[in-house]
Design a binder for this molecule. Structure first.
Ligand SMILES: [Zn+2]
Length: 258
């Protein structure tokens, strides 16, 4: 199994990231993609990936929260982002996207900053990890217009119609612990539509621990609960889904794992 989205540099893993990685390996997770939110966090993620070469892989992007935090210094943050991406050591640009739930910046500003990073990813030939909340219409339209980009809609919790739109333009969908929740029938319905070769799993650690760990700090070792619930929802053998999602993650991020 590959946990395609976790935040091992989050404060909730302070002093515990190495142990969390060891627990993940013991639980059958072969690799984790740790997401850097903002330049400083990305540099920490890259360091962690270097220390766990072949097991931890890093990404970096200016997500709606770190873009907002940068404020008037956004242009400088973007330049610093481009610089560390060009140095290397990252497997994707992200997470980046649109967040209409918090709406921290005007939507036009969110879109401009997001599209600028999509163009950067295309120029560097890197896949993209997408954060989207309450913004599927605009997101699908933007991604459709940026046909050079490829990547994953992370923590997909939309319904069947949203899933169809992303699949039609060739994007991967990653499912997290929400698929284990009792009230998530719509997400499970969407999950049944996603072809095996477009499906990924993730934890979004430290957030959204799957049932039966719900309420606990989430960590990559828990991704198996999500994978098994997803397999049940899709009427598939868990081992089939495990090999497919692992192959998909290796393919999308161009990583070599055990
Ligand atoms: Zn995330």
């Amino acid at each position: 199994m590959i946990d395609t989205h976790c935040h091992l540099t989050h404060a909730k893993f302070a002093g515990d990231a190495d142990d969390a990685i060891a627990r993940a390996l013991a639980a059958g997770v072969t690799a984790c993609v740790t997401i850097g939110t903002g330049v400083d966090d990305g540099i920490r993620a890259r360091k962690l990936a270097l220390r766990h070469a072949g097991v931890v892989f890093a990404t970096v992007g200016l997500d709606p929260f770190s873009s907002h935090a940068a404020g008037p210094a956004y242009d400088g943050a973007y330049e610093a982002l481009a610089e560390i991406l060009e140095e290397g050591g990252f497997v994707a640009v992200g997470e980046i996207g649109l967040d209409y739930h918090y709406d921290l910046d005007p939507r036009k500003v969110q879109a401009e900053r997001f599209e600028r990073q999509l163009e950067l990813a295309a120029r560097l030939d890197l896949p993209v990890v997408i954060h989207v909340r309450d913004a599927h219409d605009d997101m699908a339209a933007i991604l459709k217009a940026h046909s050079r980009n490829r990547g994953v809609i992370h923590s997909f919790t939309g319904g069947p119609e949203d899933a169809e739109r992303y699949l039609a333009i060739g994007w991967y969908l990653a499912f997290n612990g929400v698929v284990t929740f009792k009230n998530a029938d719509e997400v499970r319905e969407a999950a049944r539509l996603v072809p095996l070769d477009r499906t990924l799993v993730e934890t979004d650690s430290p957030y959204l621990a799957p049932s039966p760990k719900r309420g606990a700090r989430c960590e990559p070792a828990f991704v198996g609960h999500t994978l098994r619930a997803l397999a049940t929802a899709r009427g598939e053998d868990a081992s089939v889904l495990e090999s497919a999602t692992t192959a998909n993650a290796r393919h999308l991020f161009r990583i070599d794992t055990r």
